[in-house]
Write a protein that binds this ligand. Structure first.
Ligand SMILES: Nc1ncnc2c1ncn2[C@@H]1O[C@H](COP(=O)(O)OP(=O)(O)O)[C@@H](O)[C@H]1O
Ligand SMILES: [Mg+2]
Length: 309
């Protein structure tokens, strides 16, 4: 088996469906052991990319490899080194948690004793031991998601592909799911995870931002925030009116958003005087102003704004 620094490498990868380009000439690498987030709005091309990387779809352009195995040529071998949890994962609802794990481990050539150990390990890591004999259909959705994830680990894959694993669940459940992802990452598994939740990618080592099939940016959350435009945070005596006034002048000064009673502006210019002037002439006294680091959400909104694309 090839030894490598990268778990995933793609170069000019494209996928066309007829004359529609779902994935458009993307190139990136995922390092071994990394938690790599693939972020983009619905229809951006996230699932299509994952399906190519898992050897389910054959790319119509470019090339790539997973654990050194070439996409297309080595699809059968790729399947032995990856785990995949699709957006619509399937568990047997009428089997217990244990029986689902037993079924999924039976798909792979694992001997009986090893199989038992792996099931116990999976129940431990997913914290599902107390529910091992519960019928899967009766488990809350968060536990089903954790169960589906560990079902995809029974053959000890080196790379795990998760396609929107936390879609439609509450923030607490999402956090518990992410804790499981960290535990896996610490054990050396590379995790490639797609999401459309901006707050989630904060947990990733690096993030790729994808929109309309094109890769916009790949970087760590910290570096993305540092590279983003500074945000001006202001407080005004009459904040509701001030916010309305600033919104009306967005074309001139930049976008405004309300954070409690404070207002965040992504200034188009360094000309703070212009903003003060607008507020003064509307009887909204500026009480304080300071520059703050943009949040990841601020950075993505500005990267996806029509002026940037
Ligand atoms: N088999 C297919 N045939 C035609 N179009 C497809 C097919 N699969 C996906 N698409 C289109 O490709 C685009 C990207 O889809 P997808 O990769 O599922 O996006 P995402 O997972 O980011 O929401 C969408 O416009 C979708 O309708
Ligand atoms: Mg998708």
């Amino acid at each position: 088996m090839p030894s490598l620094d990268y778990s995933v490498e793609v170069k000019n990868l494209s996928m066309k469906f007829g004359d529609f380009t779902a994935v458009d000439d993307i190139s990136f690498e995922v390092r071994r052991g990394e938690v790599f987030g693939f972020l983009g709005p619905n229809g951006a091309g996230k699932s299509t990319t994952i399906r190519m990387l898992c050897g389910i779809l054959t790319p119509t352009g470019g090339s790539g490899s997973v654990c050194g195995f070439k996409l297309g040529d080595d699809n059968a071998r790729i399947k032995t080194v990856i785990g995949y949890m699709s957006q619509k994962f399937s568990l047997y609802e009428d089997l217990t948690a244990y029986e689902n794990l037993d079924f999924y481990s039976g798909v792979y050539p694992i001997n009986r004793n090893q199989r038992r150990d792996r099931i116990e390990e999976a129940l431990d890591i997913s914290r599902l031991q107390p529910r091992r004999h519960d019928i899967t259909g009766t488990l809350p959705v968060g536990l089903k998601q954790r169960l589906a994830l560990v079902c995809s680990l029974m053959h000890k894959p080196q790379v795990l592909f998760l396609d929107e694993p936390t879609a439609g669940v509450d923030p607490l459940t999402r956090r518990e799911f992410w804790e499981l992802i960290y535990r896996l990452s610490e054990s050396g598994v590379t995790v490639f995870v797609t999401t459309h939740y901006m707050d989630e990618v904060e947990h990733c080592d690096r993030i790729a931002l994808i929109n309309a099939g094109k890769l916009i940016k790949v970087d760590s959350p910290e570096r993305l925030k540092l590279s983003g435009r500074k945000i001006l945070e202001i407080e005004c005596a009459n904040w509701q009116k001030a916010f309305e006034v600033l919104r009306r002048h967005e074309a001139q000064i930049g976008e405004s958003a309300l954070f409690g009673t404070r207002i965040h502006i992504a200034p188009k210019t360094d000309d703070v005087v212009k903003i003060e002037g607008i507020l003064d002439s509307s009887d909204c006294k500026l009480l304080s102003k300071r520059e703050i680091m943009p949040s990841l959400e601020d950075v993505f909104v500005s990267l996806l704004s029509p002026e940037q694309l």
